[in-house]
Design a protein around this ligand. Structure first.
Ligand code: NAD
Ligand code: UGA
Length: 458
């Protein structure tokens, strides 16, 4: 049976790979191809060792790869045959020129626009999957329509809301799918085509359609709101530590108000991940561009509090350990920016690790999925780093443990055994509040949670 539609995704990363795997799984009638400029990434997607760790993903890839999901390197051919092209390339914060440190770097985005024009000879629907500044669709339209090529292009915005670690479930059962389009006859028709794809598995009432600028802005605003909740609770955690209030109790009390809700109120060493900070900075840049200084300052404070929370953590370690870390061994439990992923992009653990090394400490890093990325992040930084997969082994001979990632496995370790193997006095800094602090204290640890009174034997 020939395929009904040919779907292409440009960018085989954390979004492109899982998103297309789920579309292929739910739409066996369509051919789904994923291309990337990085041929190594493509060959990893074609192997048993996928380039990203995401629970449940490898099973889906095994089920659909070669059936109607294809990871390929022939970008031009892929574009030529496609009816719908998702663009899911990276849009990092710009680190050069105008807007450095704030604006989105759209160079990869623009490259794909030019590739699309070069290879297109039949009508295409181009779908913005990457997170982009508001009005990017306009730039895409201008580029693809600027050539003498009379191919018909429609540009849609369809931001992705998946979270790493739960990506498969988020894609299979999304809270909502958002599709923004131009409000022209052709734009609305393209929008309906994309709605039909998602309607294969997403209930219609969860597929929302808006104008294209609302869709682009909603993505930036959604991440800003989520990050703001984390910074809000983290800011209160600082006050808890000064007043003997307990952040878990405060969060429960706040979250039980149904208007506030109880999600995303876990105080932590800080938020990480490739998107929260970059998307807020992007929002801040946009606000300043439009002269909205107060609005920009407001959102920028979310990033400032996040930085402050990480610095606070380091000061706490330093103060508690008699103001010197020189020559001490400190074990980081977790390096990923959150549990159930091997992704370490913007992980607070990177900042903490570098600061500990600056204090002349030796660090031991353990993580069930992120050691490969941790090594890459810290390459050339310092040689006082050991990477040890088994947390019991990793903590042996250490003066302190700092929990960076909320991996479930850390909740059920044999902490008596760990304590016995450590240098005394032994410290635990729980940057995720996932451990049983009273039990650790009983064992003999000096325990420093986030936003709760410390428990020390001094
Ligand atoms: P990523 O870095 O994992 O993947 C991007 C891929 O695009 C890379 O493999 C890169 O080689 C490829 N690429 C770059 N330029 C290309 C080109 N011209 N042609 C072909 N391939 C090219 O990034 P990601 O995490 O998947 O994020 C992609 C976008 O999705 C970003 O805009 C991000 O903000 C957004 N987003 C990410 C997440 C997430 O959880 N990671 C969630 C929602 C939205
Ligand atoms: C986030 C959003 O949740 C997704 O909706 C969005 O699609 C994605 O960004 C994106 O655009 O990239 P993600 O970064 O994968 O997803 O993970 P989150 O679960 O949002 O966690 C982000 C960070 O906040 C992590 O470091 C996490 O540990 C931290 N966090 C989260 C807290 O410290 N406390 C909380 O209560 C929740």
């Amino acid at each position: 049976m020939p395929f009904e539609k040919k779907i292409l995704c440009i960018g085989a990363g954390y979004v492109g790979g899982p998103t297309m795997a789920v579309i292929a799984q739910k739409c066996p009638q369509h051919k789904v191809s994923v291309v990337d400029i990085n041929p190594e990434r493509i060959s990893e997607w074609n192997s048993d060792d996928l380039p990203i760790y995401e629970p449940g993903l490898s099973e889906i890839v095994k089920e659909v790869r070669g059936r109607n999901l294809f990871f390929r390197t022939d970008i031009g051919e892929g574009i030529k045959e496609a009816d719908i092209i998702f663009v899911s390339v990276n849009t990092p914060t710009k680190d050069y020129g105008v807007g450095a440190g704030k604006a989105a770097d759209l160079q990869y985005w623009e490259q794909t626009a030019r590739q699309i024009v070069e290879f297109s000879h039949s009508p295409k629907i181009i779908v913005e999957k990457s997170t982009v500044p508001v009005k990017t669709a306009q730039a895409m339209e201008r580029i693809v329509r600027s050539e003498s090529n009379d191919t018909k292009f429609d540009v849609l915005s369809n931001p992705e809301f998946l979270s790493e670690g739960t990506a498969v479930n988020d894609l299979q059962n999304p809270d909502r799918v958002l599709i923004g389009s131009m409000e022209t006859e052709s734009g609305l028709k393209a929008r309906d085509t994309l709605v039909e794809i998602y309607a294969n598995w997403v209930p219609r009432e969860r597929i929302i359609t808006t104008n294209i600028w609302s869709s682009e802005l909603s993505k930036l605003a959604a991440n800003a709101f989520l990050a703001q909740r984390v910074s809000s609770i983290n800011s209160i955690s600082a006050l808890c530590e000064k007043t003997d209030a307990d952040i878990t109790e405060v969060a429960t009390a706040i979250g039980m108000d149904s208007r506030v809700g109880d999600k995303f109120l876990n105080a932590s060493v800080g938020f990480g991940g490739s998107c929260f900070q970059k998307d807020i900075l992007n929002l801040v840049y946009l606000c300043r561009y439009y002269g909205l200084e107060e609005v920009a300052d407001y959102w920028e404070s979310v990033v400032r509090i996040n930085q402050y929370q990480q610095e606070r953590f380091i000061f706490k370690v330093l103060n508690a350990m008699f103001n010197t870390l020189s020559g001490k061994r400190i074990c980081l439990f977790g390096f990923a920016f959150k549990a159930n992923t091997g992704d370490t992009r913007e992980s607070p653990a990177i900042f903490i690790a570098k600061k500990l090394l600056e204090e002349n400490a030796t660090i031991v890093i353990t993580d069930p999925e992120a050691l490969r990325n941790a090594r890459a992040d810290l390459e050339g930084v310092n040689s006082n780093i050991d990477y040890i997969e088994d947390p019991h082994e990793a903590a042996r001979g250490c003066h302190a443990i700092a929990v960076m990632t909320e991996w479930d496995l850390y909740r059920s370790l044999d902490f008596k055994r760990i304590y016995d193997g450590m240098v005394k006095p032994a410290f635990i800094f729980d940057g995720r509040n996932i451990l049983n602090h009273a039990e650790l204290f009983e064992i003999g640890f000096n325990v420093f949670p986030i936003g709760k009174p410390a428990m020390t034997h001094f």
